[in-house]
Design a protein around this ligand. Structure first.
Ligand code: NAP
Length: 291
């Protein structure tokens, strides 16, 4: 079987590719820029843009299962989900995993209504976000400065998302399921910084900023940190919603059930417990060591 992976050069997509290869699947990877893709040997890399269905026909040729992302450039939901699903069905694709996220677009509805055997993957915050958020400050110093240090989340290892996707794409029994993918434990931001400290053998500090400090400091051009959440919130802001800093304060400052809910879905699908933050931090410790 050939499995097409969209978003294959992304955080989750690279893990989907890795786990599919581990299962012996033949993998085709879609990217807008094959020259920059840098994917493992054995992966067939094809050019295509999800926002332009005319470029996708060769990518679907001979494919029996597809991993789909629901966004195009800049995390905007895809406007042409129906076209993509039609193309897949006409090409003979049977099965799809769909990485869903922040905002539902046209793809989810088209997948639900179409003839593919679908499985939705709805992960919480990826552990990889902390490479973006804290890699810079912790290589440059020993301090994370953020609001709401006691905010809770059950972050999931992106490798587990890839493992779930590879399983549902290659095994029966997951059609029509929506999996809510979490890690094995609820952690606060402070606890995660401490875990990175243990993994790196460093004494790291967390300084809690008040909302007013955040408003003052992060509104100065060049002073706003490059947090992963701003990538998505910036998208919301550019579509007419509130300022990204206010959105972040609202998001971090409002406890919600996703922050404290653990599921067994990773284990149910893969047969093993989700990876812990400590395991992830040990594996990525080199990103958090002083430069
Ligand atoms: N970060 C989190 O904590 C979190 C939590 C839950 C859900 N999510 C969801 O996860 C998704 C982000 O996944 P990720 O972090 O793995 O993404 P990512 O690392 O930012 O990678 C983006 C991928 O999308 C591909 N892509 C973008 N526009 C494309 C287009 N027009 N045509 C074809 N490919 C395109 C890129 O491929 P090329 O550049 O190679 O073309 C790249 O492989 C979002 O939907 C988000 O809402 C994120």
């Amino acid at each position: 079987m050939t499995v097409l992976v969209t978003g294959a050069t992304g955080t989750v997509g690279r893990q989907v590719v890795r786990h599919l290869l581990g299962r012996g699947a033949k993998v085709r990877a879609l990217t807008r820029d094959p020259a920059a893709a840098v994917l493992p040997a054995g992966v067939e890399v094809v050019a295509g843009d999800l926002t332009d269905a005319g470029t996708l026909e060769p990518a679907f040729d001979g494919v029996t299962a597809v991993h789909l992302i629901n966004f195009g450039g800049g995390y905007r939901p895809l406007p042409n989900g129906e076209e993509i699903v039609d193309l897949a069905v006409r090409a003979g694709v049977r099965r799809a995993s769909v990485l869903v996220g922040w905002q539902e677009g046209t793809l989810e509805a088209a997948v639900r209504a179409g003839a593919l055997e679908w499985t939705f993957l709805n992960p919480v915050q990826f552990m990889a976000n902390f490479l973006v958020d804290w890699g810079g400050p912790l290589r440059a110093g020993d301090l994370v400065r953020e609001p709401y240090g006691d905010r809770k989340s059950p972050p999931v290892d992106e490798s587990d998302i890839g493992a779930v996707a590879a399983t549902v794409l290659t095994e029966d029994g997951h059609a029509g399921e929506s999996y809510h993918l979490t890690g094995p434990e609820v952690l606060t931001a402070r606890q995660m910084v401490a875990i990175i400290g243990e993994a790196t053998g460093r004494s790291l500090r967390f300084e809690e900023l008040t909302p007013d400090q955040v408003r003052q400091e992060w509104s100065i051009p060049g002073r706003r940190p490059d947090l992963s959440v701003f990538r998505v919130l910036g998208q919301a802001a550019s579509s007419g919603a509130a300022d990204p800093v206010e959105l972040l304060l609202q998001l971090y400052g409002t406890p919600n059930e996703y922050g404290t809910t653990l599921t067994d879905h990773v284990e149910r699908v893969t047969g093993r417990p989700p990876r812990t933050y400590a395991e992830w931090a040990r594996e990525h410790a080199h990103h958090f060591r002083a430069a």
